[in-house]
Design a protein around this ligand. Structure first.
Ligand code: GLN
Length: 209
């Protein structure tokens, strides 16, 4: 662990950090997530091996291609380690990450961690060309939220322990289940940090227990 000693950069990280957020960095837009959380002043760790999950306060599962991520996860017992982690520790999933997290995946069916009580349909809004940027209402304080959808999945069912924080055409786009936060869009691609802020609140609340 970095100590608050010599270099100013290290010092500011040590002061504000006490929190370490991992970003699964096997594939996809993990760099944008790491940047977004670094901008919020927390320490970020790129995670490429299961043992790197130890000592993290929270983890981001980024967007990308869920089938490719799954292939990497099925090596070196990473899948089970990640399932254990997401069952017990704050985890924030976007887009392909939501597909990994969900209990049921359709179009086509696909293995998943199964910790978020939801059914997810892959590529449900069409192809890359049908990607969209929409500003939609949300329960988050501060009014409507800009949402970037890129070959997004659609959440077609949520269980009773899942709170819906935003919708598109009546289908949930931002949901929370205890320490899990899942967005079918890409909050890391806008300058609005409200979704990341909520996740950091969840991480801090968990640490206080
Ligand atoms: N279409 C991708 C998948 O099915 C998800 C797209 C994304 O993460 N932006 O995995």
């Amino acid at each position: 662990m970095a100590s608050a000693t010599t270099r100013p950069a290290q010092q500011s990280a040590a002061n504000s950090h006490s929190i370490a957020i991992g970003v699964l960095a096997l594939q996809g837009d993990y760099a944008a997530h790491a940047r977004a959380f670094s901008n919020s002043g927390v320490r970020t760790v790129l995670v490429r091996k299961p043992e790197e999950l130890a000592c993290l306060d929270g983890l981001v599962l980024p967007g990308g291609e869920s089938t490719t991520m799954l292939k990497f996860l099925e090596q070196h017992e990473f899948f089970d380690a990640l399932k254990n982690f997401a069952s017990t520790t704050p985890t924030f999933a976007t887009c392909a990450g939501v597909i990994l997290l969900a209990r049921e995946v359709l179009n086509p069916t696909q293995r998943s961690l199964g910790v978020l009580d939801a059914t997810v349909e892959r590529n449900a809004y069409g192809r890359q060309i049908d990607s969209a940027i929409l500003t939609l209402p949300t329960k988050l304080p501060g009014g409507p939220l800009e949402m970037v959808f890129i070959r997004s999945p659609r959440i077609t069912r949520v269980g009773p322990s899942v709170e819906v924080l935003a919708r598109r055409d009546n289908f949930p786009t931002l949901v929370r289940q205890h320490y899990l936060l899942a967005a079918t869009f890409h909050p890391e691609m806008t300058s609005d940090s409200r979704v990341q802020d909520l996740f950091l609140e969840m991480v801090r609340a968990r640490r206080k227990r």
